[in-house]
Design a protein around this ligand. Structure first.
Ligand code: SF4
Ligand code: SF4
Ligand code: SF4
Length: 299
């Protein structure tokens, strides 16, 4: 058992015994060695299920969205990306801060689960792309912290600039080439909604894609409706996407969803100034703030 797993189990036990929270949300080993899905622990004797390993990908803040409909508190383990998602949910008033106990974990970057599946346990596995792109691997907010706080400050000081070269390559295509590229991608979409279900920025109680009334959104699994779905979802999370990459990881059809998300992040930065969602909870939201002096070119 790793030192971090031991620390996780100890803190979870302590929180449950003291009654600081009714449930602790962490990760446990799944059906396969390369999966560590979410675990919901509500008894001290079950804390041994918790693990910290190279596959604790799920963004656990997603599961706090349901908490607003329940009494009581939840404790949740947060890596950098989970903590950014938590901050965004807080800004959207989807979570009450006092109902959550945050346990911060320093994140070294996780491994690519698809490569793990393909290459096997004893191979030298690459990091997941989302972790190679990650600018905030350590938690930005926490009540307990399970790592070394000095190392935390060092990492914060060495944040690197975001790399948009993959987005620039798509921008450089002609409109027809771009259309062909995205058509080929979204023709594979099976509308399973895994990308939505795993996303901490998708927090609407009633999602537009679940509407059954005529005129809302087509349910057919065809080229134009799949692309309409993709663009609508990307626009719905614009300004709230914290770039955790979970949508792309969860997609069973390997659709490069992050290219769409990153394009919107890049455009927002260019149009409204540098903005990383889920970092500054007091700051103005680029797409969530109204100013009477906003230009109205469209009108
Ligand atoms: S995106 Fe960052 S914080 Fe999230 S798992 Fe990867 S390295 Fe860790
Ligand atoms: S859209 Fe994807 S990358 Fe953005 S917050 Fe949702 S799951 Fe994470
Ligand atoms: S997870 Fe992939 S296949 Fe499923 S709806 Fe999203 S884009 Fe389509």
């Amino acid at each position: 058992m790793s030192e971090m797993t031991k620390k996780m189990q100890e803190i979870a036990r302590e929180i449950l015994v003291k009654g600081e929270a009714e449930v602790v949300i962490g990760w446990e080993k799944g059906t396969f060695w390369y999966l560590s899905p979410p675990a919901f622990i509500d008894k001290p004797e079950d804390v041994q299920r918790l693990v910290w390993d190279d596959f604790c990908h799920n963004n656990l803040s997603k599961y706090l969205v349901d908490l607003k409909n329940h009494e009581g508190k939840a404790a949740v383990f947060v890596k950098g990306c989970d903590s950014r998602a938590f901050n965004r949910l807080l800004q959207d008033k989807q979570i009450a801060r006092e109902k959550v106990v945050l346990i911060g974990i320093p994140c070294p970057g996780l491994l690519d689960q698809d490569k793990a599946k393909e290459l096997g346990k004893n191979s030298d596995l690459p990091k997941a792309q989302k972790c190679l792109d990650c600018q905030y691997p350590n938690p930005l907010v926490y009540d307990y912290y399970l790592g070394d706080k000095e190392a935390l400050n060092e990492v914060a000081a060495t944040k690197e600039a975001a790399d948009y070269s993959d987005v620039a390559a798509i921008e450089a295509m002609s409109p027809d080439e771009r259309y062909d590229f995205w058509t080929k991608q979204y023709d594979r979409c099976i509308r399973c909604y895994a990308c939505r279900n795993v996303c901490p920025a998708c927090s609407c109680r009633e999602c537009v894609f679940d509407q059954t009334r005529v005129g809302w959104i087509g349910k057919a699994n065809n080229s134009s409706e799949n692309q309409f779905f993709a663009l609508t979802r990307a626009m719905h999370v614009a300004g709230r996407c914290i770039e955790c990459g979970e949508c792309e990881r969860a997609c069973p059809m390997d659709i490069p969803i992050m290219l769409l998300n990153k394009k919107l992040v890049k455009d927002i930065n260019e149009l409204f100034g540098e903005y990383d969602a889920g970092i500054d909870i007091e700051g103005k939201l680029p797409l969530g703030h109204f100013d009477k002096n906003d230009p109205e070119e469209f009108m």
